[in-house]
Design a protein around this ligand. Structure first.
Ligand code: ZN
Length: 213
């Protein structure tokens, strides 16, 4: 199923779940937002709506790295010509070359890995928030997984609910856990082979049983 459809379904079930926890408009709206996000999270394992919306564009990052690498190297050459060799040449030369090499190799998925690392750093800054640290680790892991594998399984749900619980422990927002769980699970159901739009199904029981449902 497409990202926008998942977003729609997640938003709807999230609103219902939020309202079930506490029947007021505010909780339903928070539930809708959390459910919508959670409804696209499992597809962080592929290029699409979810990963593209949290990742810096590959083109922009590539250009930034190339430019930074060139500027560093040209400055270094200029300095060496004017002032002669300095001991910093290896360090800065290394950084400049590394940037140029990485800019050649970078893919959209590795940009997602970098995003996950940044989220983990954010977690460290935010009083070592376990929820944010785990969310970052989820993104990093998803960036290496094949599409429709562990993020689309019961194991993935368990990990995601654990992250929600850690986030809730730090920021107790009513409906967060219920709406997040509902949104995530709605994604897996919407990806099942039962629906004719899906050619591939969901391997609910990975790694024990690899059957697609
Ligand atoms: Zn999916």
């Amino acid at each position: 199923m497409k990202g926008t459809s998942h977003l729609f379904v997640g938003t709807a079930v999230g609103a219902i779940a939020g309202y079930a926890v506490q029947p007021d408009i505010r909780t339903a709206l928070i539930g809708a937002a959390v459910g919508g996000i959670s409804g696209v999270v499992p597809d962080l394992d592929t290029n699409g709506l979810a990963s593209n919306s949290i990742t810096l564009s590959k083109k922009v990052s590539k250009w930034l790295m190339e430019t930074a690498g060139m500027v560093i190297l040209l400055t270094l050459i200029y300095q060496t010509v004017i002032y002669g060799l300095s001991s910093d040449i290896y360090l800065y030369g290394g950084i400049g070359l590394l940037l140029l090499i990485v800019s050649r190799l970078i893919t959209q998925r590795r940009m997602l890995t970098i995003t996950g690392i940044l989220v983990m750093l954010l977690g460290l800054v935010l009083d070592q928030s376990p929820g944010v640290l785990l969310a970052g680790s989820y993104i990093i892991i998803a960036s290496f997984l094949p599409h429709r594998s562990y993020t689309h399984s019961i194991l993935g749900i368990v990990f995601y609910v654990y992250i929600l619980k850690q986030l809730y422990a730090q920021w107790p927002v009513d409906g967060l856990i219920a709406a997040g769980t509902a949104g995530y699970i709605s994604h897996l159901f919407a990806d099942m082979k039962l629906l004719p739009v899906n050619r591939r199904g969901v391997k609910w029981f990975l790694p024990l049983w690899k059957r697609e449902f």
